[in-house]
Design a protein around this ligand. Sequence first.
Ligand SMILES: [Zn+2]
Length: 298
Amino acid sequence: MSETALHDLLLSGSFRVGRTLVTHLSDGVVVEPRANWFHGVDPACWMPVVGAGSPDTPFPVTFGGFLVQTPDTTTMFDCGIGPLARSMFPGIREGGNLLHRLEEAGVAPGEVDRVVISHLHLDHCGHLLKPDGSLTFESAEVWLHHREAEYWRSAAAAGNIEPARIRRYLDALQSAGVLRTYADEFELSPGVRLIPSPGHTPGHTAMLLSSAGAHAMLLGDIVHHTAHFTHPRWLQSYDVEPESSFATRLELFDRAARLGAVVTAVHMPILTLGTVTTTGSGGHVYHPAPPHRPVGQP
Ligand SMILES: [Zn+2]
């Protein structure tokens, strides 16, 4: 991949959902093999679908989050790796720079009302705390599914990624009084819904945005590649509850198809937008949207 092509993937890109502006903010891009996105699948099956010449073909992997601006609220959905970006991924480009991308979008961290975390892997919640342990988004509530907080505090998380560090994050949020949890799908504010979507982790959350008859679904780590829409059994190696991941995918893909929602996910290249339709046999087809030009502030 040329430097120019890589640079185009790095920074940010926006799209509108009715009166809501959504901006995918990068916290860095890694280019590396990702056979673990197709865990246990014969490479002869997935390679031709994703255009890979070998199981070691590198993929661009974006880290970061989405800035969601409705006329009344400013929300982050996930917030990247944070200060640990360069130590976790030594080859990362623009690693740890999500707050610069936020500033370029015209938003200061103190202006963010809520941060919704899809799940507590470090690459999704890292910017919640500054290196000194204080809150980055000092005015924001931090929303999680209650099972997510419980899972990371339990012995079941022992084999997952840095549970002790995640517990320190939870402790800091709790003692600052900003941690909020929810159980059933609900509307956090008009047009911003949180949807329990277990599988990748037990308390994973997706976000559904609706405005003026338009819809978009931010899928967290339910999908990592657009091939997952048509091959929902191709799961990621980190999934804690693989059967739930599969069920969650079918449920949300069906819902996105019914709504005509735009779908995207945080690890996809910026800006990856598409829609989903169902097939007669219960499968799904992904339709890439035409490239969106970046748009300005409302
Ligand atoms: Zn992730």
